[in-house]
Structure formats: C-alpha cells, structure tokens
Ligand binder design. Structure first.
Ligand SMILES: Cc1cc2nc3c(=O)[nH]c(=O)nc-3n(C[C@H](O)[C@H](O)[C@H](O)COP(=O)(O)OP(=O)(O)OC[C@H]3O[C@@H](n4cnc5c(N)ncnc54)[C@H](O)[C@@H]3O)c2cc1C
Length: 444
C-alpha cells in the first residue's frame, strides 16, 4: 500500500504553462508539487523574441541557455519567396528539461513520473503516478492540469464543449546533414498542406509536414515512411532543403496540431493551463509564448480561488475571457494566412482552412470608441474588479499603463510633479500613461 503525500497545489505536466504556473504560485507563498514525464517523441520548434524576453525577465537562466541559435526564417507562400522574420531554434526535450531545472531552483517540488490516474473525491483530488522508484500517490485541494494536448481533465469535465479547427497532423522526420551547412529555418506551402524545415548548423535537420487528417486520411503506422516520402516529393522546396541529407533511422513521428479550445478552463478547485485549454495553430509560431502567458495569468487566478473564494467567479471570468479572446484572435490570423495562399483553391486542405472559423472574428479591429467599465484585473497577486478603459483593440480593458491607473488619471485635474507624487510614480511614468491616452484619443 503506497502512502499518500499531501500538497496544497499539484500541477500535472512540465511544459512552459505548468512551469510558469508553479513558479508563480511559489512566489505567492504556496507549496507546489509538479508531476511530469519527459516528452516521449523528438520535437523541434521555433521561438520568437517575445517568449525569450519573458524567460529573461523571470530569471529562467538554464532555460535561456538551452535555446539554440537565432536564424532567418525563409517563407515560400503563394508563389512568393522572402525572408520573413527571425526565430530561435528549440530542441524541445532539452528546453523542457531546462525549464524543470529552473523550476526546482525556484522552489517547485518536481516529481518525475507519469500521471496514471486522477480522481476527485469530495473536496480532494487524488493523483496516482508511476516513477522510476515505483508508484506514488498524492492528494491535493487544488489541481492544475497542464499536460498540453494530452490533457484529459479539461476534456473529461467539459463534456462536448470542445471547439476544434479542421483536423491537422504534423509528421516529422530527422536527417543528418553536413556540419558545414548553416543553421536555418524555412516554411513552404504545397497542395496538401505546408512544411517547416530546420537545420541546426550542427549536422542535424528535420522536416515537419502539416496535412489535413480527418478520420482515415493518415495511413497505419507501418505505412507512414512511404506516405511521408510521397508528401516530400510534392514539396518543391524539399529538394533543395534535403540536398545531401541522409535520413535518420528513427521512425516518422506524428503530433496532432489543430487549434483547439476546451471549456471549462477552470472551477473552484482546478484550472487547465496552456494547450490543455487553448492550443493554437502551430502556423502562428506563438504556442510557447501563449503557454507562458497562460501560466503567468493562472497564478493570481488560483491565489484568488484559494484565498479569496468570494472573488472566485471574477477570477474565472478573467481567465475565461483571456482564453476566448486569444482563441478568436489566433483563429482569425490563421484563417487570413491560409486564405493568402491561393494556388490550390480546390484542394481540401486549403478550402477547409480559408473558411474556418465560418464567422470571421472582429477581434483586433481598430474602429469604434473607448468605454469605461469594470473588469477583472491582476492586482497584488489577486484578481480584483477595477475600472478600466475598453477599446476595440483592447477588449479586456486596460487598467494601468506603466503603473499609472488610467481611469483615476482621466478624472484627476492637475499636472507636473505634484500629480506624479499623488500617483506614487515618476514624471516619466505619468508621461507614458498620458501618451497612451492621447494615442487612443481619450480625454477626461
Ligand atoms: C507540431 C507542432 C509544432 C509546434 N511548433 C511550435 C513552434 O514552432 N513555436 C511555438 O512557440 N509553439 C509551437 N507549438 C506549440 C507548442 O508546442 C505548445 O503550444 C506549448 O508547448 C504548450 O505548452 P504547455 O505547457 O501547455 O504543454 P506542453 O509543452 O505540451 O507540455 C506538456 C507536458 O506534460 C507532459 N505530460 C503529458 N502527459 C503526461 C502524463 N500522463 N504524466 C506526466 N506528464 C505528462 C508532457 O510530457 C509535457 O512535458 C507547436 C505545436 C505542435 C503540435
């Protein structure tokens, strides 16, 4: 019989969303356990500058050191080739390992093991997991589900409330290339989907092909190699990418990749973070950035649910609105990007994605006027209701700019140093807040 260990908060999964949630909670004074197992398949991704800034800001020293080189990303889309932007190369198994090391340095109790079963009994969650030392069981009053696209809890609790973009699978194969071939990434569209190629500058390359995978589209496991080769032959750019490359022996790996929204994302004793509640289309290249933001938002939400239950509904409203807006915005950008590729209008892959979601969202539109209203915001580690300014490009409202609350600033008369002192900020901060109001044509 295994002894049950009790912790106030348990986090399942060890990706960026879980780790940022756990570290945020430790900073707020919680004792937090995190159970995770290593990603069982090889994965390489691209990281933009924004998540790197967050990692630096929050002192994720080992994670930063695990990030590969910054490379130019070439895009071949709608018959036009251009170097679109830059990205850092990430080897996910290494990145995830470094995240865990940083989490431990910050005081998170990391348990390496596979979560096998999660049950809620009265006011308590019971978790059983398998570790290298054997089975362990945990009990907690608050559960964070962060097992990415494999997260089961959200789905189990959500019934049928899952919104999914057209089914997409990512097929990945690794290659050996000459060490003198420089690091690079490249994206290209083809009739059946799109592909992402990466060379790390150290003799390794991967080709990842994204295709539609409605039921029955993918062959059985033993047919994947042949299927992958046939797809590769249809991508014009692949000949140049794979020039001199030798395929590794490892099998083609498959990941599901459609954008997905799973509701509910939380309740009074649980929260689903990262991909488990909202997974973006990988075309956006923003998944890790969103997962970090999800973890940062989750910590004050959980603090409120546990320590100020009277504000629990407000906290969940804050979390829900954040997810729904990010989903609407992400789907809209993906839809526009797919629609901008016009060479294969009759191909099912492009047809399905240029028209999904069916209703185009107005998220991000810049027309309309500003309004003052009360909304949930993060204040001193909790979610509280504050007066904010809602504009069409900030539908969740802006409470403060550079530490200066905007609505009180609008209502107050006066200027200069006295005013800055009244708000407890510098003249520079006050100027930044005023500039924001002026740029949005808002006056008292
Ligand atoms: C094909 C593909 C390509 C992508 N490319 C990019 C990209 O280029 N750039 C980008 O920013 N984003 C990309 N993404 C998105 C990115 O991978 C995710 O958005 C991000 O990792 C989500 O973080 P997370 O913390 O929610 O979950 P994850 O990072 O998925 O972490 C979940 C963790 O939980 C663990 N876990 C799962 N089940 C169990 C269990 N039973 N027990 C214990 N642990 C478990 C997993 O091993 C994993 O470590 C891509 C996604 C896909 C599918």
């Amino acid at each position: 019989m295994t002894r049950t260990e009790k912790l106030p908060v348990m986090v399942l999964g060890g990706g960026p969303a879980s780790v940022f949630t756990a570290c945020g909670l430790v900073k707020l004074g919680f004792r937090v356990g995190l159970i995770t197992r290593p990603r069982p398949f090889p994965a390489w991704e691209g990281l933009s500058e924004r998540p790197r800034v967050s990692l630096r800001h929050f002192g994720f020293v080992k994670t930063l050191a695990s990030i590969g080189p910054k490379v130019a990303r070439a895009a071949h889309w709608n018959g036009v080739s251009r170097v679109q932007n830059q990205e850092y190369i990430l080897e996910r198994q290494r990145f995830d390992q470094a995240l865990l090391e940083d989490a431990m340095d910050k005081g998170v109790e990391v348990i390496r093991g596979r979560v096998e079963n999660v049950k809620r009994q009265r006011a308590c969650w019971h978790i059983s997991c398998q570790t290298a030392q054997g089975a362990r069981t945990f009990a907690t009053n608050f559960l964070v589900e962060g097992r990415g696209r494999e997260a089961r809890l959200g789905r189990r609790l959500s019934g049928s409330d899952v919104v999914t973009a057209p089914a997409t699978s990512a097929l990945l194969k690794s290659y050996r290339v000459s060490m003198d071939r420089p690091a690079m990434t490249s994206v290209a569209a083809f009739a059946k989907g799109w592909a992402w190629f990466l060379r790390d500058g150290a003799g390794m390359a991967i080709l990842q092909i994204f295709i539609g995978s409605e039921r029955g589209d993918l062959p059985p496991k033993d047919g994947l190699e042949v299927y992958f080769s046939a797809l590769t032959g249809q991508i014009d750019e692949a000949e140049d990418w794979l020039d001199g490359a030798q395929a590794e022996d490892s099998a083609v790996s498959v990941r599901t990749a459609a954008a997905t929204l799973t509701r509910p994302a939380g309740g009074k004793d649980f929260l689903v973070v990262g991909d488990g509640s909202l997974a973006l289309d990988p075309l956006s290249g923003n998944g890790i950035f969103y997962a970090i933001g999800s973890g940062l938002a989750a910590a004050p939400v959980i603090n409120t649910l546990i320590n100020r239950p009277a504000d629990g509904d407000l906290a969940l409203q804050f979390y829900r609105e954040r997810i729904e807006l990010a989903f609407a915005g992400g789907c809209q950008s993906a839809r526009e990007f797919y629609a901008s590729e016009q060479r294969w209008p009759g191909q099912p892959f492009w047809q399905a994605r240029r028209n999904w979601p069916v209703e185009a969202s107005s998220a991000g539109s810049l027309s309309g006027t500003a309004e003052l209203c009360r909304k949930p915001v993060v204040r001193d580690g909790f979610i509280t209701g504050e007066e904010v300014i809602v504009t069409p490009d900030h539908p969740r409202g802006v409470w403060q700019v550079d530490g200066v609350p905007l609505v009180p600033l609008l209502r107050s008369a006066g200027s200069g140093e006295g005013m800055a002192a009244a708000f407890g900020v510098t003249a520079g901060q006050l100027a930044a807040a005023r500039r924001w109001l002026a740029e949005h044509n808002i006056s008292g």
